[in-house]
Design a protein around this ligand. Structure first.
Ligand SMILES: [Fe+2]
Length: 442
């Protein structure tokens, strides 16, 4: 469907589905246009500094509080607290999660892979995969724990939210603020993708430092929906993720009944192909932080609660340089996914719809085949094309779920891709140390 969007990142936007529905001079007049109920959604504390304060005012047919009592709702594969967890220093990699034929909607198809931090601490994140082949019918979802970043890998989805309607497809992402109610319609035969739950401070475009005022993600390319309300009564369910577990309440109306809204917290989408990639034009591989699309800062400057980083198509021109991602160990934890194509550090095994986890201080890097090729090739300008990998990188260590570690899609032989790295340096006797040999440059 042809949808209208408004552009800008965390701008104060205004939209109304009925003419003059939005009060112009105040937030909460005694009598509102169309007798709508004003309701504020706060994404930051009331007292957050003005430059980082996010809130919107919604004008709706019924206040959000008009729901039945929330009762526990068991979801066997979607959770982020009080679960049977495993921390492992081993590198992990999963083959693509298949999309079952059995009819299931967006929420039913959630499978939690790993959790870092927790909802009660309001720090860290969780990573899930979704699969679905049917639309949510008479049910809605809100996440009280986290802002959600959705990364489609296959299939198109339509998100009907309190703020309006957004459609996304692979190579686009969607962010839904904490607490916003929505319903997901599947617009293709089936769909699959990744979800980041961000328990910490809201995602924002990173400071660009010496890059300057332009580059990476351009704020004008972030798109917000226009107001769109539904006035329907009937029997509905509202699922609420709260402190890591799900609850459900009955509703006697469709909760997507916001006629007008204004403010700077709202769902938004972004087309990853519009990312202005910055890379070296001299030598050495920059740290992957150069590809950060969005960041959730922690209280420690420069140390993200979680970053969303992409590895987009780009020219590789570095001279005298090992061009693929280098070997490294990281105090941060790295969960990676692949939307399309191949990732330049792995020749095989890391597939679209698959995932990998390199946890805190877990060494990793290019596989043997990639290493040999990259150290032998003649360095000409080349373009890495038709690819889009991404990383959720957090300062917290991921605890993996039993279901992800026992999954038959976990690649038991992942470590073998680094077999065969033998010393290639020539050695000769050392005069000045206890060791019998010293290394000579090749
Ligand atoms: Fe890494």
């Amino acid at each position: 469907m042809k949808l209208d969007y408004m552009s800008g990142f965390q701008n104060i936007l205004s939209t109304e589905a009925l003419k003059n529905a939005l009060p112009q001079n105040q937030n909460s007049p005694q009598k509102t246009p169309y007798s709508l109920y004003p309701e504020q959604l706060s994404s930051t504390a009331f007292t957050a500094p003005q430059k980082s304060n996010l809130k919107s005012w919604l004008y709706r047919l019924r206040p959000s509080v008009g729901h039945g009592e929330f009762k526990p709702f068991h979801h066997p594969t979607f959770f982020s607290h009080n679960f049977d967890e495993i921390c492992t220093p081993n590198p992990l990699r999963w083959s693509p999660l298949p999309i079952p034929n059995k009819s299931h909607d967006f929420i039913a198809g959630f499978m939690t892979y790993a959790v870092a931090g927790s909802p009660p601490s309001q720090a860290g994140c969780a990573v899930h995969m979704y699969t679905c082949n049917s639309s949510m019918k008479n049910s809605f979802f809100q996440n009280s724990d986290a802002e959600m970043l959705i990364v489609p890998q296959e299939g198109e989805l339509c998100f009907k939210t309190e703020f309006g309607i957004l459609e996304i497809k692979p190579l686009e992402i969607l962010v839904i603020p904490r607490g916003v109610k929505f319903q997901v319609l599947v617009q293709s035969e089936k769909a699959r993708g990744y979800v980041l739950e961000n328990f910490g401070s809201y995602l924002r475009i990173p400071d660009l430092g010496p890059i300057g005022a332009n580059g990476l993600a351009n704020p004008r390319h972030f798109l917000a929906p226009v107001a769109n309300y539904v006035d329907e009564t009937g029997t509905y369910k509202l699922l609420n993720k709260y402190m890591g577990e799900l609850f459900v309440a009955n509703l006697n109306h469709n909760p997507l009944d916001v006629v007008a809204w204004y403010g700077n917290t709202y769902p938004y989408k972004y087309d990853l192909s519009l990312f202005n990639t910055i890379n070296t034009v001299s030598f050495d591989h920059p740290d992957p932080s150069i590809f950060t699309v969005l960041t959730s800062p922690s209280h420690e400057v420069g140390t993200a609660n979680v970053d969303f980083v992409i590895f987009p198509p780009r020219w590789m021109v570095a001279e005298n340089t090992f061009r693929p991602p280098y070997f490294h160990r990281n105090c941060m934890s790295e969960f990676m996914g692949l939307i399309v194509g191949a990732y330049d550090a792995k020749q095989e095994g890391f597939l679209p719809g698959g995932a990998s986890l390199h946890n805190t201080m877990t060494p990793h890097g290019p596989d043997l085949e990639t290493y040999r090729k990259a150290t032998a090739e003649t360095l000409k300008p080349t373009k890495i094309d038709q690819t889009m990998a991404f990383m959720f990188e957090t300062r917290y260590t991921f605890r993996t779920t039993q279901q992800s570690l026992k999954s038959k899609f976990l690649q038991k032989d992942y470590l073998k891709c680094w077999d065969g790295f033998e010393p290639e340096a020539k050695v000769s006797p050392s005069k000045n140390s206890d060791s019998k040999h010293k290394v000579k440059a090749k």
